[in-house]
Design a binder for this molecule. Structure first.
Ligand code: PLP
Length: 402
């Protein structure tokens, strides 16, 4: 028999903690159980009508490759969007269109680092950063943040302790997945200063940028440091425009060398889908002026419902998320993955149950998240209320059994 060995890269790439329990959810559904999905950041909100009009507006008789850099009309429309929402003048030439933020992140890891180089991240972190690091051979260096103080960034001297001779960049997700924390202009400024001091790149993942609540205003790192050639933004239409399946993201920087290197990688993969790019440009150019505010208001209402309902459950710890549509919740259990498995495998309330993401996979040291789950509040208010009631009942049942 032939034996073969997979690459270290393949072996070291972790499975997604969000999807790990998916077979149990699929089984429950097959048995006719209704499963409320709070495990994954897939909003239930309809994609903008103008996106579908844009698809119809695609006139070409051939679905040809698009420019490797991206559809120029989409780059123009995206730059205009920055002007409208953030009052920033981005040159369309500084935007490279990617297959979602995911591809932009893989490109930037590959461009900033050789295998073995390090990127500083804040822990807990978006779990797929671990996958992107494994693909590119990058070592992630975690700076710990904590539920106790709403996952605020630690002072610069603590962050600096994670920087070594191999560090090439700091990566921040703002607003944050999985914590829902929104970082201030001062916090962003202090990261810019650290990067200037140590000659590091600052990569800011702004996938959720406009989803900020209460009195907060959307804030890009470009509002703090635009013409800084160490700074780059990772952007995406997936979440704020409910277009997860369109797979449209971007890498934006004023650094010509980075853009040139990214274009070479982009040429190697040829192009992003031409029809979706056409539709995205059409959508951004014809977006209703109230669209962004209405998305923000909708998720703010959901956040309020979630927070109120969670606060009524005894013995759990939760902080009030300020942005994105996630929060980390500490449960009165020893092992949250075991509890999530119990919910999918055994617990039923009126033939309904709940899918939560165990938070261990969002922490570099899994044990830091062992008693926590990440909740994505992507369901309607009514469904959220029902889902949190199921959580409360499920917890009671689980705790009575162990
Ligand atoms: C923080 C963050 N960055 C990037 C992504 C990937 O987004 P995209 O769908 O644009 O690839 C996600 C998706 O959940 C995310 O939460």
């Amino acid at each position: 028999m032939l034996t073969f060995k997979l690459s270290e890269r393949a072996v070291n790439t972790p499975s997604s903690p969000i999807r790990r329990l998916a077979p149990l959810a699929a089984k429950a559904k097959k048995e006719g159980v209704k499963v409320y999905h709070l495990n994954i950041g897939q909003p239930d909100i309809e994609s903008p009508q103008t996106f579908f009009e844009g698809i119809k507006d695609f006139q070409s008789k051939i679905v040809a490759y698009e420019n490797s850099r991206g559809n120029p009309f989409l780059c123009d429309a995206w730059a205009k969007h920055y002007k409208d929402i953030l009052s920033i003048d981005i040159s369309p030439e500084n935007i490279l269109i990617t297959q979602g933020a995911s591809e932009a992140l893989i490109f930037i890891f590959m461009i900033c680092c050789d295998p073995g180089d390090e990127i500083v991240i804040f822990d807990p972190t978006y779990a797929n950063y671990l996958g992107f690091a494994a693909i590119s051979g990058v070592v992630l260096k975690p700076v710990e943040t904590s539920l106790k103080n709403n996952f605020a960034l630690p002072p610069p001297e603590i962050i600096e302790q994670s920087i070594s001779g191999k560090t090439k960049a700091i990566l921040l997700c703002n607003p944050n997945n999985p914590t829902g924390t929104v970082y201030s202009s001062d916090e962003l400024q202090s990261l810019v200063e650290i990067c200037n001091k140590y000659h590091l790149f600052l990569i800011v993942d702004e996938t959720y940028r406009e989803l900020v609540y209460d009195a907060k205003k959307p804030l890009s790192i470009f509002n703090v440091a635009y013409n800084n050639d160490k700074v780059m933004v990772i952007d995406s239409l997936s979440k704020r425009f409910s277009l997860c399946g369109a797979r449209i993201g971007s890498l934006i920087t004023s650094n010509a060398e980075i853009l040139k290197a990214a274009l070479n990688l982009a040429q190697a993969r040829l192009s992003v889908s031409s029809i979706e790019q056409h539709a995205a440009a059409y959508m951004l150019n014809n977006l209703e002026s109230t669209y962004v505010d209405s998305m923000r208001a909708e998720f703010c209402r959901r956040r309020n419902v979630l927070f109120d309902c969670l606060n009524r459950i005894p013995d759990i710890t939760v902080h009030k998320p300020e942005g994105a549509f996630y929060c980390i919740v500490k449960l009165p259990v020893l092992n949250a993955e075991d509890f999530c498995t119990y919910m999918l495998r055994e617990f039923r309330d009126d033939n309904e149950t709940l899918f939560l993401a165990p938070a261990g996979g969002f922490y570099m040291k899994e044990e830091r998240g062992i008693d926590k789950v990440r909740i994505a509040y992507v369901l309607s208010e009514e469904n959220l209320r029902r889902a949190i009631l199921i959580l409360e009942k499920g917890l009671r049942s689980y705790l009575s059994k162990i």
